[in-house]
Write a protein that binds this ligand. Structure first.
Ligand SMILES: *Cc1c(COP(=O)(O)O)cnc(C)c1O
Length: 391
């Protein structure tokens, strides 16, 4: 089955739910057993990981069928839903490390993931080394006998570097380290982590899977070998998500394969238009042929989402702010992956330690939504005109 067909069909079993096309919302804390025989059977089934609902914390069919669909579409063994993308990024790390261990994290990692490594992980005696996201096989030089986990995020949060994940994974596996990836930008459709050596793949489901800016959720999918630790850490930390939210995520999944090509196409068209403006130093978008990550993106990815960065030539920050304040179709807000376009300032210099950000000018990030591209470009055009008038 192709991904479009999978997105429409996976995780749906109408025959179990009176013919309902969608898995209904099952709200539950307590799930009753009829008698002691059923109680004992459920206990045994659960120990053997047979499908079923045993207690609300572990989730009911609405959550389990979403997990089933996400695992299959991303190409992994099994999936666990988390209450946020951030929880999905950080809690699983704890399943693979112990006090005295060392992990490697790219300098371009999602900011709150970095904060977790510098605070909680450090407190538990796990050391983090940040590495240049472009390091590739050179990561061998940073591996230590106690390096248990190599985190990757490609393209990087805010700065959009593409990592050579197969090269990094090969080195990590030689050292028996687990490769964990934040695959939110690639989505389960445009980057297939398990075909490139990743062991544990994270989605901020909040973004394109939900797709409508109305749910916070994460998912973690892994290989069979990485499953026992993922399962244990998810349950030991009490991670779950509400069935209503799982219903909305499953509903988003159904149209994701249709939405993503539009985000991709509009993102590229907008990035190309912006790159032609004389005040722009650089557009950070791996699908553009001039981008340093373009060759790797072409080799490893099946597409691009609608998120990219813009670096202006040196100018007052206030002039960048005029662009942001003048757009009418781009909302000023965090997050992305919904149907609407967004714009947001960012400052890469503040969040790096292993590499130096070489640009002086102010930056902003764009999410290309599902609006018509002509309207998106016209709106950006008038915002650039206002910026020019302000200089
Ligand atoms: C948004 C995001 C997250 C966190 O997701 P939340 O659901 O907002 O907690 C993690 N990684 C990346 C790359 C993100 O963009």
């Amino acid at each position: 089955m192709k991904d479009e067909t999978k997105a429409a069909h996976l995780g749906r079993h109408p025959e179990r739910f009176a013919g309902n096309v969608n898995t209904p919302v099952f709200r539950a804390s307590t799930i009753l057993s009829a008698d002691m025989a059923e109680w004992e059977k459920k206990k045994k089934d659960r120990a053997q990981e047979k499908p079923g609902s045993y207690y609300g914390l572990n989730g009911g069919p609405t959550k389990h069928l979403l997990e089933e669909a996400l695992a299959e579409i991303e190409g992994g063994y099994k999936c666990q839903i988390y209450p946020s993308g951030l929880a999905a990024c950080v809690i699983p790390i704890l399943g693979y490390v112990k006090s005295g261990d060392h992990i490697l994290v790219p300098d371009c990692v999602y900011g709150p993931t970095r904060k977790f490594c510098d605070s909680q992980l450090k407190r538990f005696g796990v050391e983090t080394t940040y590495y240049d996201p472009l390091i590739g096989a050179g990561i061998a030089a940073l591996m230590r006998p106690n390096t248990r986990l190599v985190f990757v995020e490609s393209p990087g949060s805010l700065t959009f570097e593409i990592q050579d994940i197969p090269a990094i994974a090969e080195v990590a596996h030689k050292h028996q380290a687990v490769v964990m990836m934040d695959n939110t930008w690639g989505t389960p459709l445009y980057f297939k982590p398990f075909e490139h050596g990743v062991d544990v793949s994270i989605q901020a489901t909040t973004k394109y899977i939900v797709g409508h800016s109305d749910v916070i959720m994460g998912s973690v999918t892994c290989t069979k070998e990485a499953w026992p630790q993922l399962k244990a850490v998810t349950s030991d930390f009490g991670q779950t998500a509400a069935p209503d939210d799982c219903y909305l995520a499953a509903r988003g999944l159904r149209t994701m394969a249709l939405r993503l090509p539009r985000h991709w196409e509009s993102g590229v068209a907008l990035a190309e238009w912006i790159a032609r403006q004389p005040e722009v130093e650089k557009v950070l978008h791996p699908a553009l042929p001039g981008d340093p990550g373009h060759a790797l993106w072409k080799r490893d990815f099946k597409g691009a989402c609608g998120l990219f960065g813009v670096v202006m030539k040196p100018m007052p920050t206030k002039a960048r702010d005029v662009i942001i304040d003048s757009t009418k179709l781009y909302g000023l807000g965090a997050s992305w992956g919904g149907y609407e376009s967004l714009i947001m300032p960012f400052e890469p210099r503040e969040i790096r330690s292993a590499t130096r950000w070489p640009h002086e000018g102010p930056c902003f990030r764009i999410h290309a939504g599902l609006e018509h591209i002509d309207d998106l470009i016209a709106d950006m055009d008038q915002a650039f005109t206002r910026m020019r008038a302000s200089l």
